[in-house]
Design a protein around this ligand. Structure first.
Ligand code: COA
Length: 259
């Protein structure tokens, strides 16, 4: 199956790119979907949009890895590598990547949402890492990203039980950053993404880089990263525009050019 029929990229005039999983009714993250996602992430890296939305189906964001592709350790090694490479390429994009989760985000679906920078969920969304119910474990980043988001003890309870986490609980524990009415979901993700796409994009990318790199470092090392990117940001045209605009017209009036 070509990746085009299982995943789609739309580039909008407002600078927002929308990646939609279109792999049938339950949207399993098959190797074809992961290959497609990886090549879309590479394509976006080469020609950056202003912000990115990742979404799936109305009822099922993504049902996880494609269980029909599982076999023994050899297949396992190939699948976890593909997940890490594709989700790593997506999360490394120097722009805000927003997961728009309308329904079930289970297993690899939850891991894909967690590889995004921010999760906006509908009241009908359901998260979870149900791999344990198949006798296996999360292999798309779940053992690492879930504890970083919700804390180690809650991540263990969710992953070792395999239970489902409804939208209201996801919001409470930080797995979802916002929950909105199902019908309002697209409007809200587009509102946030298109407003970010008009922002100081170089500074956004450097802020994201400093936060993400700092999370795996000591405070001292993270502060060294901040010193470096704070220096770098002054090379951007937007920093000149933003500072001049503030001094002349006050806060929040700058019109950035994204360079
Ligand atoms: N990979 C491959 N096929 C999957 C799948 C997955 N991750 N998830 C569901 N399917 C298949 C089912 O086997 C079923 O196939 P069939 O129609 O040939 O019987 C079909 O998709 C529909 O699934 P079903 O469970 O009947 O749909 P539902 O609407 O009742 O429930 C889910 C949807 C997503 C809640 C449920 O399918 C589910 O929990 N899926 C497994 C999630 C999971 O364990 N993910 C981790 C994988 S490691």
């Amino acid at each position: 199956m070509s990746s085009e029929s299982v995943i789609n990229l739309e580039r909008r005039d407002d600078g927002v790119a929308i990646i939609t999983l279109t792999n049938g009714k339950v949207n399993p993250l098959s190797t074809a979907v992961l290959d497609g996602l990886h090549s879309i992430a590479n394509e976006l890296a080469a020609d950056l949009p202003g912000a990115i939305i990742v979404t799936g189906g109305e009822r099922i964001f993504a049902a996880g890895a494609d269980i029909s592709e599982f076999g023994g350790p050899e297949e396992g090694a190939a699948i976890t590598r593909k997940f890490h490479d594709a989700l790593g390429a997506l999360s490394a994009l120097p722009r805000m990547v927003i997961a728009e989760v309308a329904g079930y985000a289970l297993g690899g679906g939850c891991e894909l949402a967690m590889a995004c920078d921010y999760r906006i969920a509908s009241t009908k969304a359901v998260f979870g890492q149900p791999e344990i119910l198949l006798g296996i474990i999360p292999g798309g980043g779940g053992t690492q990203r879930l504890p970083r988001i919700v804390g180690a003890s809650r991540a263990k309870e969710i992953s070792l039980s395999g239970r489902q986490v409804a939208a209201d609980e996801a919001l409470r524990i930080g797995l979802a950053d916002e929950v909105v009415e199902h019908e309002a979901l697209r409007d809200r993700t587009l509102e946030l993404a298109s407003s970010l796409a008009k922002g100081a994009l170089v500074a956004q990318g450097l802020t994201k880089e400093a936060i993400d790199r700092g999370l795996s470092m000591s405070l001292e090392e993270g502060l060294a990263v901040e010193r470096h990117v704070f220096t770098e940001v002054f090379r951007s045209e937007d920093s000149q525009i933003g500072v001049k605009s503030f001094l002349e017209n006050g806060p929040g009036k700058a019109e950035f050019v994204g360079r």
